[in-house]
Design a protein around this ligand. Structure first.
Ligand code: SF4
Ligand SMILES: [Zn+2]
Length: 312
């Protein structure tokens, strides 16, 4: 499957591992109706070895392994981008490396000590990692960090036949086991859940997404992010052209987030990165996007607008 997925790729830009791809300072919900500052540093480094069929993160990775010293340097640069108005004692740092943080090709283990030192002033740190890489290195990193570590893992979907076909090479049991081990080691869990993955009927997408969010909370997740699957990685475009996959509509994103918030199990956000790509209706898209932003911020389900065009 890896070869089949990679064969559909278009050329990617050259990525420079000496500087972060980007930084984003935002206010994230932290529970009880409050929000707190979070700085995401998008790290440049080696590609993930898993090649999930829906993933387009390979576009933001280098061809070879990440050279030693580059990740600490990028983190330092990302932190330097902060203005003096941000209080470090309130800040969550999210290190997203378009791969898995505890895979040594992506983040050399020899850099861990320098990274831990750079992160010492911050109360909370999030990294992303594959459930099957919940290894000794991950647990020891969490133990050595001054602040709380949170590991973000892709649960993706609990639909068994769909998950098996995503080439993620993981199972629900892997996710559950990893979450349990992290929580046992006093490490928080953030989960990623897909909306409208391939090999799933469009009419069932919202329900599977909400049920997957519920499963993540059952496993102890502190926060769940719903990721609407987008075209653009080659493989998904081919599926779409063949009529075998339809990107989710904004109305479905809205329903999934609203349904997941109605569970009242914990913090749920929809990933609104590139949300403009999901526009399909000139009548209601603006309202839906502002509803999604409001739901992310307030954690209150919004009333969905009726739309003569979409509802007909
Ligand atoms: S494990 Fe994550 S980064 Fe790797 S291919 Fe899958 S979705 Fe992409
Ligand atoms: Zn509409």
């Amino acid at each position: 499957m890896n070869t089949q997925v990679r064969a559909t790729r278009t050329p990617k830009p050259v990525i420079d591992p000496s500087r972060p791809l980007d930084t984003l300072l935002e206010a994230e919900p932290v529970g009880e109706g409050k929000r707190g500052p979070a700085l995401t540093i998008f790290l440049a480094g080696a590609e993930c070895p898993y090649t999930c069929v829906f993933c387009d993160l390979w576009k933001y990775t280098t061809d070879g392994p990440t050279p030693e010293g580059m990740i600490p340097s990028q983190i330092e640069q990302g932190i330097q981008s902060l203005g003096p108005e941000v209080d470090p004692a309130m800040l969550r740092i999210k290190l997203y490396n378009a791969s898995n943080f505890f895979e040594s090709r992506a983040v050399p283990a020899s850099d861990d000590a320098a990274i831990i030192e750079l992160l010492a002033p911050y109360p909370a740190v999030t990294v992303e990692n594959h459930p099957r890489l919940t290894n000794e290195r991950c647990l020891s990193f969490g133990a050595k960090l001054d602040g709380r570590l949170e590991v973000a893992m892709g649960l993706e979907t609990i639909a068994p036949h769909t998950l098996a076909r995503l080439n993620k090479r993981t199972t629900l049991e892997d996710f559950d086991r990893a979450a349990e081990s992290l929580i046992d080691h006093d490490i928080d869990v953030r989960a990623f859940v897909l909306l409208s993955p391939p090999f799933q009927a469009a009419a069932e997408a919202v329900e599977w997404s909400v049920r997957s969010v519920e499963h993540a909370f059952d496993g102890g997740a502190r926060l769940v992010a719903i990721n609407p699957v987008r075209a653009g990685n080659g493989f998904m475009d081919d599926l779409q052209a063949a009529g075998e996959w339809t990107p989710p509509s904004l109305a479905q994103v809205e329903s999934a987030l609203s349904g997941a918030l109605h569970l009242e199990r914990g913090i749920v956000v929809a990933d609104l990165w590139e949300i403009e790509r999901f526009r399909s209706c000139p009548e209601c898209d603006d309202v839906r996007i502002s509803n999604l932003r409001a739901m992310n911020d307030t954690q209150e389900p919004a009333t969905r607008p009726s739309c003569a065009r979409c509802d007909s």
